[in-house]
Design a protein around this ligand. Structure first.
Ligand code: FPP
Length: 246
């Protein structure tokens, strides 16, 4: 189970540092977000070229609503215009786009665009792109629990059949595998309520580079780091060696 030269199938990214990137250049924060979109586009392509199959990007957390009104509205406009610009390309390139999070709080225009984008890429299977928007890991678990309780109450699920595997089916990322690699840019070493259930065994990679500066070379550094990790999933090294030699 040594990961030498192995490519993570699923990468989850907290794209942090747009604001600081802009501040460094005496630009408004919105300029940092616009540059962040360029970086996002670049990394989706680079990840696909590297053989990654699933990318989950934290675009807007449940807590981000508390930012200044002007910034929230600039971000919403950016999401709408990015969807308009990118959706055909994503469709042609075999990308299946899915939004995870509580979409109900977005304005009608954005909700319509999100639904359309999901619909027209739904049958694509080459690359799965999850955008976490108005997402929180605790929300995901609570939402899953509510749906699970409903199924138990309405006799679609037996309480004795509830285990980690069944619970997982109610999470927003189902049926995708859990992330193999988590990347956070801009220096903070926190999960910040991202995929807290799904990251249980994920390798964590932190870099000081701001998201707008996170390019193909930076992604390669993260992949190189991943390739040096030995994932044990709670087993001993001896058990793993035995499995490899079996
Ligand atoms: C973090 O930087 C970034 C965000 C809160 C928004 C992320 C959005 C994008 C990168 C736009 C592209 C995404 C899509 C899906 C089109 P920050 O503002 O927290 O930076 P700071 O910590 O330096 O202030």
């Amino acid at each position: 189970m040594s990961n030498k030269e192995s490519i993570p199938k699923h990468i989850a990214i907290v794209m942090d540092g747009n604001g600081r990137w802009a501040k460094q250049r005496l630009l408004p924060r919105s300029a940092g977000h616009r540059e962040g979109v360029k970086s996002t586009r670049r990394i989706i392509e680079a990840a696909g070229n590297a053989g990654v199959k699933i990318l989950t990007l934290f675009a807007f957390s449940s807590e981000n609503w508390n930012r200044p009104k002007k910034e929230v509205s600039a971000l919403m406009n950016l999401f709408v215009s990015s969807l308009d610009q990118e959706i055909q390309k994503l469709r042609e390139n075999g990308v299946c786009l899915k939004f995870i999070g509580d979409k109900s709080r977005f304005n009608d225009e954005l909700q319509v665009k999100i639904n359309e984008a999901e619909k027209i890429t739904a049958s694509n299977q080459d690359f799965m792109l999850n955008i976490a928007a108005n997402y929180g890991g605790r929300w995901d678990i609570v939402n899953a629990s509510k749906n699970l309780f409903r199924d138990v109450l309405e006799s679609r699920l037996n309480i004795d059949d509830v285990n980690e595997k069944t619970f997982n089916k109610y999470l927003s990322t189902f049926p995708l595998e859990e992330p193999d690699l988590f990347i956070r840019t801009a220096g903070e070493q926190r999960i910040s309520n991202f995929l807290i259930w799904q990251l249980a065994y994920t390798e964590l990679y932190f870099t000081d580079v701001y998201w707008p500066d996170f390019d193909e070379q930076q992604l390669q550094l993260a992949l190189d780091y991943y390739a040096t990790r030995k994932r044990k999933f709670g087993l001993t090294q001896e058990q793993i060696d035995k499995e490899i030699n079996a």
